[in-house]
Ligand binder design. Structure first.
Ligand code: GLN
Length: 348
């Protein structure tokens, strides 16, 4: 059955509705440029409530397996493909992408001219959109997504204890810490105040959906946490640390979403290919941390650090999933921050 994606600026592109039971979705339209990694991306909570457009024209050829989910369910509001392959082939595959989206009632559109769609978004910027069976429809205003809840859980074992604050975390961040022999307490962000009684060796602030400024009320608490424990911030976590330290954030025209974003580590002069997924970015300017990482393509801020090595933040995803693993050492650097003795007194 014929269907459409309608953009907020009135553009209309035709395709085929993937699941006629669920033809309609409204959300912010963003695009992902990776050739693979669709399973991780569809289940990444940072994409919550967004309509995700895949730029690579063939998605689904290695199916969906049991291992590569980043959370328990698809998080996107809808998906758009050029071709969403029904006949998958991989020894671990258990479903097709279509079957996965249908199982969870996630609307999707295929056989769309994604190339022209993405050109529109690249020139006019990220905007709201609607997947629909009806060409004559309006795109309503859409409220920003935020992560709701989650529960406190404890994982792994080891002499070092990390509290991983869950703003909508990817499973791979948790796994990256567990594999470095840490005991990890996952704490929903609403319970962040409990960190002081848990008294961990360090704190990781996770990725998550939405605008970091929606979480403004937590900034004083985050400041106190950075004054007490070594902290690593990843993506949304990085943006929150930046706001806490006097920086501003702004929205990029069309975001960075893909698996080949080059980032320069100013400390070593090395460039790493990184996995990214963000709309917002930290503005250069006033702030009391050092800019350690920089995007090679557009010069945007990719990470901050404090000179006493008790705070590190990255806009990119060192856990990859999907994407290159060459910046995984960020977790090693965080782990070495935990072995420094004594609590932080760097602003005291
Ligand atoms: N991956 C993330 O944590 C995304 C952070 C934030 N929601 C953004 O879009 O910029």
């Amino acid at each position: 059955m014929k269907g459409y994606i309608k953009l907020e600026n009135g553009s209309l592109l035709e395709g085929e509705i993937g699941d006629t039971k669920n033809p309609e979705a409204e959300g912010e339209a963003v695009f992902f440029t990776g050739m693979t990694g669709y399973q991780e991306v569809l289940s990444d909570p940072s994409y919550k409530n967004q309509i995700l457009i895949f730029t690579y024209p063939l998605i689904g050829n290695y199916g969906i397996n049991h291992a590569d989910f980043e959370s328990k369910r698809p998080q996107v509001k809808g998906a758009v493909f050029y071709e969403c392959c029904e006949h998958f082939s991989h020894y671990e595959a258990v479903h097709s992408v279509k079957a996965y989206l249908q199982k969870w009632g996630i609307p999707f559109l295929h056989h769309v001219d994604t190339r022209s769609l993405i050109k529109k978004i690249r020139s006019s910027g990220t905007m709201n959109a609607k997947l629909t069976a009806c060409a004559n429809t309006a795109v309503p205003p859409i409220s920003l997504p935020s992560h709701d809840g989650g529960e406190k859980t404890v994982h792994g074992s080891g002499s070092k204890h990390t509290v991983l604050v869950d703003f909508g975390l990817k499973k791979s961040i948790l796994n990256s810490l567990i594999s470095r022999h840490q005991k990890v307490t996952v704490l929903p962000y609403e319970q962040m105040g409990d960190i002081f009684s848990l008294n961990p060796d360090g704190v990781v602030l996770s990725n998550g959906p939405g605008n970091p400024k929606q979480l403004r009320e937590y900034l004083p608490l985050i400041k106190k946490i950075t004054q007490t424990f070594p902290v690593l911030g990843i993506c949304l976590g990085h943006q929150l640390l930046a706001l806490t330290h006097g920086y501003e954030t702004e929205k990029l025209l069309f975001g960075h979403r893909g698996a080949n974003h080059p980032v320069l580590d100013r400390q070593t002069g090395k460039v790493y290919m990184t996995s990214q997924n963000h709309s917002y970015v930290v503005k250069k300017g006033k702030g009391d941390l050092s800019i350690r990482f920089e995007n090679v393509n557009d010069g945007s801020v990719e990470g901050l650090c404090h000179p006493d090595k008790r705070l590190l933040s990255v806009q990119f995803h060192p856990e990859a999933s999907p994407g290159p693993r060459e910046s995984e050492w960020i977790f090693d650097e965080y782990t070495s921050m935990l072995t420094q003795t004594g609590r932080v007194a760097h602003y005291a």
